[in-house]
Design a protein around this ligand. Sequence first.
Ligand SMILES: NC(=O)c1ccc[n+]([C@@H]2O[C@H](COP(=O)([O-])OP(=O)(O)OC[C@H]3O[C@@H](n4cnc5c(N)ncnc54)[C@H](OP(=O)(O)O)[C@@H]3O)[C@@H](O)[C@H]2O)c1
Length: 503
Amino acid sequence: MLTTDPCILVIFGASGDLASRKLVPAMYEMHVAGQLHPSTVILGVSRTQKSDDAWRDELKSWVERQVKKFDAAKYAEFARRLFYFAGDAVKRECYPPLEARLAELAEEKGTRGNLLFFLSVAESLYEPIVERIDEAGLVVEGKRWCSIDPSTRSWQRIIVEKPFGHDAASAASLNRALGRAFEEEAIYRIDHYLGKELVQSMLVLRFGNSIFEPVWNWQYIDHVQITAAETVSVGQRTAFYDETGAIRDMIQSHLFQVLAFVAMEPPSLYTPENVRAEKIKIIDSISVPTADEVATHCALGQFASDGKEGAYHELAGVAQGSTTETYAAIKVHFDNWRWAGTPFYIRTGKKLAQKRTEVVVQFKPPAANLFRKVAGFGNETPNRLVIEIAPKERFNLRFEVKVPGFGLRGANVDMQLDYADHFKAEPVEAYGPLIVDAMRGDQTLFKHRVEVEGAWNAVMPFLDARSAAARAGIRANYAVGSWGPAAADELLARDGRAWRNEP
Ligand SMILES: NC(=O)c1ccc[n+]([C@@H]2O[C@H](COP(=O)([O-])OP(=O)(O)OC[C@H]3O[C@@H](n4cnc5c(N)ncnc54)[C@H](OP(=O)(O)O)[C@@H]3O)[C@@H](O)[C@H]2O)c1
């Protein structure tokens, strides 16, 4: 088993939704799986006053609710790793007592001065908290990565959650603020999509086999679809969503990471540096649409009322005349040799027909159809690889075979690998293995500064004034339980293609 260094995981925003619902339950799973160093502890920081025990009790019900297999004895063991510190992390006076508490825990538990900060607070607090951490002198490692023996130096790292900026300029500003306090090697921009098994498996499928890579290019692939469909609405924080929208919330962040894994070149070796270098390159080669192209490269929508909930524009918290999209489909082209002319269509939305995250790789038809004169032979292009990321974890490869019996008739069939059936493994919360990677110093599945800024640059035309035409008339333009607005179907129909909407 891989080992992790002992450390204190300092979660800013300890009493918030993300910490309670995801981070701490994920750490419980990592504890049960033996992935945490015995000395590692978690210090939650929020303004609300509470004792260590009160926090442990509060979290118990969250962990019970969130994990598949809860064990009270194991929780009691895990709870001994949990500590709480009440303080306003934006204020300077918070830091001397926080530093003292960290030193006390380090001494008592033997965490060797290693600190892993996790910013689980509102985005507006990221920069001030990073500044305070820096001013307080909590980051002492310096250029650890190039020191003579990095293993003998303590480390201080920081995990930053999305939203990573609101646009290209704010992302660059946050990167500069982080860079003033931490080395790039110590900054872990987390994306829980990269913690998903099937997303990681995509790299193994592509580069661990010899049969896919030779056809993984414009010559054989007609197009790629990436879908992240949700059946739920925008949630409690409508005002927050109204400032965000589907492109920021899903496409710029998670789906571009999936896109990078589908489209990137093979790294020379599976190392953090090599994988990240290829991701940077592929994001950088996205062809940014011109102002004239924006309307034909995207389809945006807002859900209508379903009788139970109002239409998006009627919800409390949504600004009057809001043109924020609850549905977005965009067409992406790469300016590179592998993908010249092959479009990637990315779509996501709320209140759609089905909860589904998947990648569809549609291959081109065979070079010549020798069955064209055989009656009953389908004209469909058969070869398609569907990678289902959630809620099912499956690979489906479709090809054409002869139907048994007299005469020659063809049929499309699917060969399927279902992860749950085959590996009998329970999926774990994606945050857990990623946080453990940060404890190990492995940045493979985290985003580099350049990649984040590149992803913002690529979506900005769909977000700023250039998208005005695509936003006109989006109010209630798709029915709840549908696959989105008609414009999304037209986006593909114009290219002679259609979305995979079948169950
Ligand atoms: N929730 C999710 O599933 C999710 C998913 C992806 C990304 N995110 C992002 O993750 C971050 C946290 O989200 P959330 O949903 O957990 O937010 P939240 O429920 O509003 O929690 C925010 C937390 O920050 C604490 N806090 C606020 N001001 C503070 C300060 N000055 N010093 C110390 N603590 C402070 C709050 O507790 P006190 O009031 O006690 O201080 C609370 O614990 C946000 O940036 C969000 O966009 C969340």
